[in-house]
Unconditional design. Structure first.
Ligand SMILES: Cc1cc2nc3c(=O)[nH]c(=O)nc-3n(C[C@H](O)[C@H](O)[C@H](O)COP(=O)(O)OP(=O)(O)OC[C@H]3O[C@@H](n4cnc5c(N)ncnc54)[C@H](O)[C@@H]3O)c2cc1C
Length: 391
């Protein structure tokens, strides 16, 4: 059987590694092809640290060919341009076309701008390793320019960072910025007193998927670190160095970070696949795409039922990895012609860092605060690194 996996992120890489292990153990001759636009696997849940120089930038990526060294998986670096389910083909931007017996969509997500004027053009996204490097370099340039600036108003604008979106990404980057600003001011000579960090969200709560207690804790921790929080504040437009928000107010900022939402890549809907409002492929309990017997989807690009109330599984790395483990096994059952067992989402909970030494989380549903969250997050990360390095 010829299996093609699109995307070598948390979900796609895990699917490929688990499937390959099973195929090799049984000595079967199925072909597994993994395709990604980048030569590297990105640890996206670490990139807010790359963006704030909290880790060495190369710590957030792995060379995919190197990871697959001892495996039978074929890797192709290329950007997928089009999927044509009718003839079971995938077309890459460089002109290559591949056929498949089974296709896996593990293409992750992109930043959603909700048609807000200027948002895409005048803000920095934080979805990829390249985004993180661009943001880090921009902030360093702003602080360097501020140190050489004599006009206090201009200086304050250069040193103001506004983050739109108080979810995982927004809270984690807002948490890292104050400590990094301390260091940057020492290094560049920019005045720390003029540094401003603002976090905006149109909701009543930060981290709304956690509930009231986590939101209150995150708010308190960010406030203590000098981050100004503007809740129930909708962004109407973004212009160079300026955000227009509800009530006709204007916020000037030298750095604007857009972390307000995600949507699945447009090529999924363009392939005629049934998608939800966020462009995610709608799948059944076996992660099989609705109406497409040969296509599976998982991770951020899939809308996966999580219960009877119509809720879907959260878009997080921990779910994406576990779905990859499941799908590796399910595809192996397909190869053997055996029936599939259904995917059961396991709620392991989330861990969110608010700076280098504090976090909020709900591992296994238990509220957890402070440094233990950071320790647990590091443990999970080490476990993940070991699982892909030693697979
Ligand atoms: C700053 C930040 C912090 C986060 N922190 C956490 C956290 O602490 N815990 C947590 O659980 N989750 C966290 N998340 C969410 C988590 O990173 C995602 O849910 C996870 O990456 C989803 O995995 P995935 O495999 O579906 O997609 P991804 O990991 O994004 O992988 C998708 C892959 O597809 C490739 N691709 C996309 N389009 C194409 C194309 N057209 N052609 C070829 N290749 C393509 C991409 O290059 C990428 O390698 C965070 C996200 C961000 C942005």
């Amino acid at each position: 059987m010829n299996i093609v996996i699109l995307g070598a992120g948390y979900a796609g890489l895990r699917t490929a590694l688990d499937l390959d292990r099973r195929i090799r153990e049984r000595g079967l001759d199925s072909l597994v092809t993994l395709i990604d636009q980048n030569p590297y696997h990105q640890l996206i849940q670490e990139i807010h640290l790359t963006a704030t120089a909290g880790i060495d930038s190369l710590d957030a990526i792995y060379d995919i060919r190197h990871l697959l060294n001892r495996h039978g998986v074929r890797f192709i670096q290329g950007r997928v341009r089009e999927i044509t389910p009718l003839n079971h083909e995938v077309h890459l931007e460089d002109g290559q076309s591949l056929t498949y017996d089974r296709l896996v969509l593990a293409l992750g997500s992109e930043t959603a701008y909700y048609d807000i004027p200027g948002a895409r053009e005048h803000s920095y996204a934080l979805r990829t390793y390249d985004d993180a490097i661009a943001l880090r370099d921009h902030i360093i340039a702003q602080f360097t320019a501020a140190a050489a600036e004599n006009d206090p108003k201009r200086q304050r604008q250069l040193l103001t960072t506004a983050i739109v979106g108080g979810g995982f990404t927004g809270c984690q980057i807002a948490g890292e910025l104050p400590a990094w600003a301390d260091k940057l001011c020492k290094e560049t000579g920019a005045p720390r007193s003029e540094v401003r960090i603002a976090l905006l969200d149109h909701n009543k709560l930060l981290l709304k998927q956690f509930g009231n207690w986590a939101s209150r804790e995150a708010e308190r921790a960010l406030d203590q670190r000098g981050v100004s929080i503007y809740l129930e504040t909708a962004v109407n437009a973004v212009e160079p160095g300026l955000i227009r928000v509800s009530g006709g107010r204007v916020l000037r900022a030298g750095t604007i970070i857009w972390a307000a939402g995600i949507r699945a890549p447009g090529i999924i809907a363009a392939a005629g696949i049934t998608v939800d409002r966020a462009g995610r492929a709608i799948v059944d309990r076996y992660l099989r795409v609705e109406g497409q017997s040969a296509i599976f989807a998982l991770g951020d690009c899939a809308s996966i039922p999580s219960g009877a109330d119509g809720a879907t599984v959260l878009a997080t790395a921990s779910y994406a990895m576990r779905q990859g483990e499941y799908l590796g096994g399910a595809l192996f059952s397909e190869i053997l012609g055996e029936p599939l067992r259904a995917y059961e989402p396991i709620r392991l909970g989330q861990l969110v860092s608010i700076g280098p030494d504090y976090g909020v989380g709900n591992p296994l549903g238990m509220p957890l605060l402070g440094y233990p969250v950071i320790l647990m997050k590091k443990g999970v990360e080490q476990y993940y690194r070991a699982s892909i390095e030693g697979a």
